[in-house]
Design a protein around this ligand. Structure first.
Ligand code: CUA
Length: 311
């Protein structure tokens, strides 16, 4: 495959290659069939040939027409199902995935591991382990593109995009930006370094410490005044955040939403969008008052509260 396409280095890449080659072979077979019929008929029915030109033979019956029309219909419905099923699994990360935060900005990729290790234009991951990416943009639309993983996800400012991959090979793979994002778009490149799990663990523990995301978040939580209302001891009537992450939340308009990263982020920036049932919409918006990095830290802190409160 390597002459015609990049390495096949993730579970998704393997599945995409099968569907790509399958479609290529099918299209090639149909092309060949049509081509042969065109050539065959143009020789058989050339001017002056004695081939019969009378009415159609009885062979082409109504059943035959219905048969081949429905056969092709089922074939194409199958192709649709095949493609969609791959696309759906491509967006649902397994539960045991390790978490990596990605921030795109003009013109670099910043990555952030759960223990606070930070990288720029690089991402170290273990082989054979699913990795979940939560991606944000600080300025314009970028697109996280790893050809060897067949992974491409637009990163739109103001939203959190989720993607995941599981590398199947160790090595170094290109990370590109696939959305024109300004002057140095073409230089917005990085490397994905896939390592054996032991090497990865050693690499991770060798990263500078004291940089823990959730710890930063805990500090911001007090500094920015969140604790004034959300601390368990607070007199203001605000929802407790302990054990919140990953739960379902009942809202005052009757909806129920999962408390995921996007929900926490929205609740900080647009508190009136999803008001928790039984509470007044009194929280001020922090839009423009927190950087993407600070929001990340706060969300990491709130997630860490969920882990602590679980048995
Ligand atoms: Cu970022 Cu192109």
């Amino acid at each position: 495959m390597s002459y015609f396409s990049p390495d096949t280095a993730s579970t998704l890449a393997q599945r995409i290659d099968v569907i790509f080659l399958g479609l290529l072979a099918l299209s090639g077979a149909i092309l060949l069939l049509v081509f042969c019929l065109v050539v065959g008929f143009s020789i058989r029915y050339r001017r002056g040939s004695p081939a019969p030109r009378g009415p159609m033979p009885a062979l082409v019956s109504r059943e035959f027409e219905i048969g081949w029309t429905s056969a092709t219909l089922f074939l194409f419905v199958f192709l649709f199902w095949w493609g969609v099923s791959i696309e759906i699994t491509a967006f649902v990360p397994p539960n045991d995935a390790i978490d990596v935060q990605v921030v795109a900005k003009q013109w670099m990729w910043k990555t952030l591991h759960a223990n606070g290790a930070r990288e720029i234009n690089e991402l170290h991951v273990p082989v054979g382990v699913p990795v979940r990416l939560a991606m944000r943009s600080q300025d314009v639309i970028h697109s996280f593109f790893v050809p060897a993983f067949r992974l491409k996800q637009d990163v739109v400012p103001g939203q959190v995009h989720e993607a995941w991959f599981q590398a199947t090979k160790t090595g170094v793979f290109h990370l590109l930006c696939a959305e024109y994002c300004g002057t140095d778009h073409s230089r917005m490149r990085g490397r994905i370094v896939v390592m054996p799990p032991d090497d990865y663990a050693a690499w991770l523990s060798a990263q500078p410490e004291g940089d823990d995301l959730a710890k930063d978040g805990a500090q911001l939580f007090v500094e920015r005044g969140c604790s004034g209302c959300h601390a368990p001891s607070s007199r203001v009537h605000a929802p407790s955040l302990a054990g919140l992450y990953g739960r379902s939340v009942a809202l005052s308009d009757g909806r129920t939403v999962p408390a995921d990263e996007a929900y926490l982020r929205d609740s900080i920036l647009q508190p009136r969008k999803d008001v928790v049932a039984g509470y007044e919409p009194i929280m001020p918006s922090f839009s423009g008052r927190l950087s993407e990095g600070e929001i990340q830290s706060l969300v990491a802190y709130i997630r860490s509260l969920a882990k602590e409160s679980r048995p």
